[in-house]
Design a binder for this molecule. Structure first.
Ligand SMILES: *[C@@H]1O[C@H](CO)[C@@H](O)[C@H](O)[C@H]1NC(C)=O
Ligand SMILES: *[C@@H]1O[C@H](CO)[C@@H](O)[C@H](O)[C@H]1NC(C)=O
Ligand SMILES: *[C@@H]1O[C@H](CO)[C@@H](O)[C@H](O)[C@H]1NC(C)=O
Length: 177
């Protein structure tokens, strides 16, 4: 995080457009960011080490800005020594990733909400699929019966929460997987 400001100053200094989809943008927290998750994915860069306890912590919003509405889908990743994820309005408990993450400290995460057959949340890390969960009454047992109300929405905006200590840059990623 400490180098983030310097990187940001360099980017601005070079005149690189900071908010164009497809280009990496320095993460700002506590602001609503337009990013259509329907046919694209969200990519995030982190350089947090496992065991640091840093977290990625993102709200997914529809085109309706929901001021003060925290009852929305949330995707969080904790950089515990065994990394964990959390989907609010689904399981709503921390769950270990089922597989080891790529060892590199610099990570590019790709988060995809794939609605081609049911609702599936996929997370890739440095190009490797590390999570692929079909949301259902069993995977979302904390919200049995009503997870779908939240997760079937069309996500058009994202929001990095102030609790997010890991996300350094983001961009809209590739469509599909
Ligand atoms: C990324 O930024 C460069 C430089 O500002 C710009 O020319 C290019 O069109 C941008 N790419 C995308 C995909 O927006
Ligand atoms: C996403 O892709 C599907 C299938 O190609 C298309 O029908 C739909 O309109 C697209 N949605 C958006 C928001 O671009
Ligand atoms: C992330 O994990 C660390 C280490 O176990 C813990 O101290 C911290 O509270 C966790 N963060 C959240 C938001 O649960």
């Amino acid at each position: 995080m400490r180098v983030l400001l310097l990187k940001y100053v360099l980017l601005v200094g070079l005149g690189i457009a900071a908010d164009v989809p497809g280009n990496w943008t320095a993460v700002q927290r506590d602001i609503i960011i337009q990013l259509d998750l329907e046919n694209t994915s969200l990519e995030i860069k982190t350089d947090s080490t496992l065991g640091s306890g840093d977290i990625v912590d993102i709200f997914l919003y529809t085109s309706q800005r929901r001021d003060g509405d925290y009852n929305v889908p949330r995707v969080a990743i904790n950089f515990t020594s065994t990394p964990r994820y959390y989907f609010h309005n689904c399981g709503s408990f921390w769950t270990d990733f089922p597989t080891n993450l790529p060892a590199e400290v610099d990570k590019i995460w790709r988060i995809t909400v794939d609605k081609t057959a049911g609702i599936r949340v996929k997370i890739h890390c440095n190009g490797v699929e590390v999570l692929n969960v079909l949301l259902s009454d069993s995977t979302c047992r904390g919200y049995r019966g009503y997870w779908k109300k939240y997760w079937s929405r069309n996500f058009k905006k994202i929001y990095f929460r102030s609790s997010d200590t890991a996300s350094d840059y983001y961009r809209s990623g590739q469509p599909g997987n």
